[in-house]
Write a protein that binds this ligand. Structure first.
Ligand code: B12
Ligand code: SF4
Length: 474
């Protein structure tokens, strides 16, 4: 009889209920992994997050399916505890179920995670081939993979090298028949600016890796410094398939730095135009320093309607010495005008409270965010993530306010201090300046309500909750 494998997104509300960072996760990850092993095991996917399942409901589903293996995916360390909770629930059903952990949290925190006896394997890296080989091994049909695994052996822990898939075109597209994809396509993944242009919509990530070295970013340590991509032909064919099969009407591009692979990006846009894809799209992770007039023109023709650019700091010293994003602050406002002139909505990311940053430098970033011309400014409080330069700088400057193991990944609440400011200072400043810059006039409030697709009253509630989250946590 065929063995059975269950794939799970834990419900993030099992750890905390938080309106600010609870997003709907992309089922593509679980579907891709399940697609890789469905010839060797019967597969089932449970997205306890999307369907807001209780722990009891989840436990009952595990019992009913009675799997041999369970794969748990956790996207961010912010919800890391859900991994342990899920592993406990699974082992409560049957001790001998093999529990395999994966996802960004598992990649980054593999040393900690493997200490949990309820987790048998951690997949360190991109899981498609590692999981396929591990399942074959567990089925008794092959050797243990040689890379991408972390596991206990006798009294020690084996930590293999990070696994990356070099040829993304070699991967099958996710088999979406394993979930009710229609459910996902018809619900916005989160309320806010830069939502899906039209429903049903499709979210995709088709490149992995980034060669840059922005201080806060984990992408190099997760996906490597070389950008790998599927071929533009494959991606466009896939989108045509999704249009025909699922009637998708728009697209959200979730890649880290698609522009970093210019030949791919340009060809992709040209093919979208040539094949008349007619899918209005928005994209995050737009490296503004790589944008050109030529690319912008192609983007408009290909139906781009909104982008998220990252500026991070409005102060030269902080940008050059700490953040290290290769942007020219003097030229950005002109580029933003060009983006907006073409009818593309432009959202900008900023970051305050970096170790070694003075209070006045923080105020310069706030001023820049207000004056540079972006339609909407997102301001984050810098939170160091493991395996980043920001983490190393914070350690060197002794900037953490609590034990490093207790760091909460939540970009509203500061975890760092300096001689010039406390975490409370930057967190309050962030919440109130975000509110003032984006919602400070009646005209802005009206425009934002349209963009967020909320009534002005609903938006007032979101703003109030954002301020309250800070006010009541200190
Ligand atoms: C797209 C994206 C999002 C999307 C959602 C993506 C999704 N999957 O649903 C959205 C916009 C929702 C999002 C939100 C957030 N994100 Co985000 N996001 C990314 C991004 C750019 C790409 C992720 C992705 O889809 N990759 C492609 C897929 C195929 O890879 P994957 O899901 O990791 O899966 C592979 C492996 O991990 C592994 N794997 C995964 N699961 C499993 C399970 C098993 C059993 C196995 C064997 C293997 C395995 O195999 C898969 C195939 O190769 C990453 C950066 C990165 N390069 O990872 C940041 C990143 C993960 N995000 C990050 C952050 C901080 C956030 C937010 C907290 C931001 C915020 N303040 O709101 C939220 C939290 C969301 C949440 N509630 O969990 C950080 C995480 C840092 C950390 N260690 O916690 C990252 C690393 C970016 C960074 N700053 O460096 N994010
Ligand atoms: S350009 Fe983007 S993906 Fe690349 S290192 Fe910087 S923040 Fe990370």
């Amino acid at each position: 009889m065929k063995k059975k494998m269950l794939f799970v997104y834990p419900n993030q509300a099992w750890q905390k209920k938080d309106i600010a960072t609870m997003w709907i996760l992309n089922p593509a990850t679980l579907c891709s992994l399940a697609t890789m092993v469905k010839d060797f095991v019967d597969v089932k996917i449970i997205d306890a997050n999307f369907y807001k399942m209780s722990k009891q409901e989840f436990g009952a589903e595990v019992e009913a399916f009675n799997p041999d293996y369970v794969g748990i995916s956790v996207l961010t360390s912010e919800y890391g505890k859900t991994l342990d909770i899920t592993a406990d629930l699974v082992k409560n059903v049957r001790e001998d179920i093999v529990v395999i952990a994966g996802g960004v949290h598992a990649i980054v925190e593999h040393r900690e995670i493997i200490k949990n006896e309820n987790i048998d394997f951690v997949v360190r890296g991109e899981g498609e081939y590692v999981l396929r080989d591990l399942v074959r091994y567990l089925n008794g049909n092959g050797d243990l993979p040689g890379e991408g695994l972390v596991y206990r052996k006798d009294d020690s822990v084996v930590i293999q090298a990070l696994a990356l898939v070099q040829d993304l075109d070699s991967l099958p597209w996710p088999d979406y028949s394993l979930v009710k994809l229609e459910d996902y396509l018809s619900v916005e993944h989160r309320k806010g600016p830069l939502g899906a242009p039209e429903l049903p919509f499709y979210r995709m990530t088709v490149t992995r890796g980034c060669p840059y070295d922005c201080c806060f970013c984990q992408v190099r340590s997760i996906s490597g410094h070389k950008i790998r991509s599927r071929s533009p032909e494959q991606v466009v064919d896939h989108l045509l398939y999704m249009k025909n099969e699922y009637n998708i009407k728009s697209l959200v591009i979730d890649d880290d730095n698609m522009l970093g692979k210019k030949d791919f990006f340009k060809k992709f846009l040209e093919m979208m135009i040539e094949k008349r894809l007619d899918l209005p799209f928005v994209m995050g992770g737009v490296a503004v320093f790589l944008l050109t007039d030529e690319l912008l023109d192609l983007m408009v023709k290909a139906k781009c309607i909104g982008i998220n650019i990252a500026i991070e700091s409005g102060n030269e010293r902080v940008k050059n010495l700490i953040v290290k994003k290769p942007i020219d602050l003097d030229k950005i406002p002109e580029m933003i005008s060009k983006i907006k002139e073409r009818g593309i909505f432009c959202l900008g990311n900023f970051m305050i409270g970096l170790p070694g940053e003075s209070w006045d430098e923080i105020l310069e970033t706030i001023k820049y965010a207000e004056d540079c011309g972006v339609d909407y400014a997102k301001i984050f409080v810098a939170i160091p993530l493991k395996n980043t330069r920001l983490w190393d700088i914070a350690v060197a400057e002794n900037a953490f306010v609590r034990e490093m193991s207790e760091i909460e990944v939540d970009t509203r609440f500061g975890q760092l201090q300096s001689e010039d400011w406390t975490p409370k200072d930057v967190s309050i400043l962030r919440a109130y300046e975000w509110d003032r810059i984006n919602f400070g006039t009646a005209e802005k409030r009206k425009k934002m309500a349209e963009i967020w697709q909320l009534s002005e009253e609903e938006l007032r509630k979101v703003r109030r909750e954002t301020r309250d989250a800070i006010t009541f946590s200190w």
